[in-house]
Design a protein around this ligand. Structure first.
Ligand code: SF4
Length: 317
């Protein structure tokens, strides 16, 4: 049996501690970007689940980026006194500007004391050549990963959630980042409208074969102010139950290769805007239930990972 710090899956915290020799915090930032899926250049209205804050609900609120960083760091330091920091450009699409604008924002954070790297969340269709060159340069001087919001490999679901790009675009983006030796973390959402557990596992199996470094598993949250609310009210959306979620996550963990870091196995819904599932607010109970199920099944990350040559070939660079 394989374990990581006593856990049956490889968590981000332990991975960063191994890499940097101490606690590393991610500081969520809203750098004031928008998103091509909201401003009309690709689509308007955004992804149906996306919150009015561009899925950056835990980012700081100060307009000035350094003040914002200090605000979030201050909250972290109430619990943990010492550590290093990764600036997490989380809200909206964090490569959606000219390379010059992006450079200024990224470097502002990189120049702060104790910042050991950056995490940049974006869309696969927002990585033009000048931006890739900038990311490559940053990757050479610091620790960097890029997060891509894939959510699902199924085109019919992607259309339904108004994702605004196709699977080939994701494949191309991953290849472009891999060519530049930039780490990639892919987001998948469990519980998207109309998806069965097998659909979700197919998405995870696909990501598992990309040869990239990380994955985030999110529970679909229904948040106030999102387009999904209407579908829920019309009875077109059923939110996942705790037991189903825990079983699905355990199935996913078994299929993720042992060397891939699992950045997240739940979602973090803001308490005041979360309509459901409300059980997800008890994050530690959810995580404990997942741990217990992995134990009961005598299983662990990667136990049922199966290399898929066809998918692996797609991502070879
Ligand atoms: S791409 Fe990201 S920021 Fe844009 S609408 Fe979708 S989830 Fe929100």
């Amino acid at each position: 049996m394989q374990t990581w710090d006593g856990k049956r899956y490889r968590q981000l915290n332990g991975y960063l501690r191994e890499k940097f020799g101490e606690k590393v915090f991610k500081i969520s930032l809203d750098a004031g970007f928008t998103c091509p899926n909201r401003d009309g250049s690709r689509a308007s209205g955004g992804c149906v689940f996306c919150s009015p804050r561009g899925s950056g609900d835990f980012a700081g609120t100060a307009a000035d980026l350094v003040e914002q960083f200090d605000e979030v760091r201050g909250m972290m330091n109430k619990k943990w006194k010492n550590g290093k920091y990764i600036g997490y450009f989380q809200a909206y699409t964090n490569t959606y500007a000219t390379a010059a604008v992006l450079r200024e924002k990224y470097e502002t954070i990189l120049n702060l004391p104790d910042v050991v790297g950056l995490a940049i969340a974006t869309r696969p269709d927002c990585l033009p050549e000048p931006v890739l060159e900038l990311l490559s340069e940053i990757n050479e001087k610091t620790y960097l990963w890029v997060e891509l919001g894939l959510q699902t490999i199924h085109e019919r679901t992607a259309e339904g959630i108004n994702r605004g790009y196709d699977l080939d675009t994701y494949v191309e983006a991953v290849r472009a980042l891999k060519k530049r030796k930039i780490e990639v973390v892919t987001h998948a959402i469990l519980g998207l409208p109309g998806e069965s557990r097998e659909d979700m596992l197919e998405t995870v199996r696909f990501i598992a074969n990309t040869g990239t470094q990380g994955i985030k598993l999110h529970l679909l949250h229904l948040l106030k102010g999102t387009r999904l609310v209407k579908a829920y009210e019309n009875g077109e959306l059923k939110l996942m139950e705790l037991e189903d979620y825990v079983e699905t996550v355990a199935d996913c963990i078994e299929r993720i290769p042992a060397d891939m870091v699992i950045h997240r196995i739940t979602g973090d819904g803001p308490r005041d805007t979360l309509i459901g599932p409300r059980w997800s607010l008890k994050k530690f109970e959810v995580m404990n239930a997942i741990d217990h199920l992995l134990m009961d099944r005598s299983t662990w990350q990667g136990k049922r990972y199966q290399p898929d040559d066809e998918i692996i070939r797609l991502f070879q660079v």
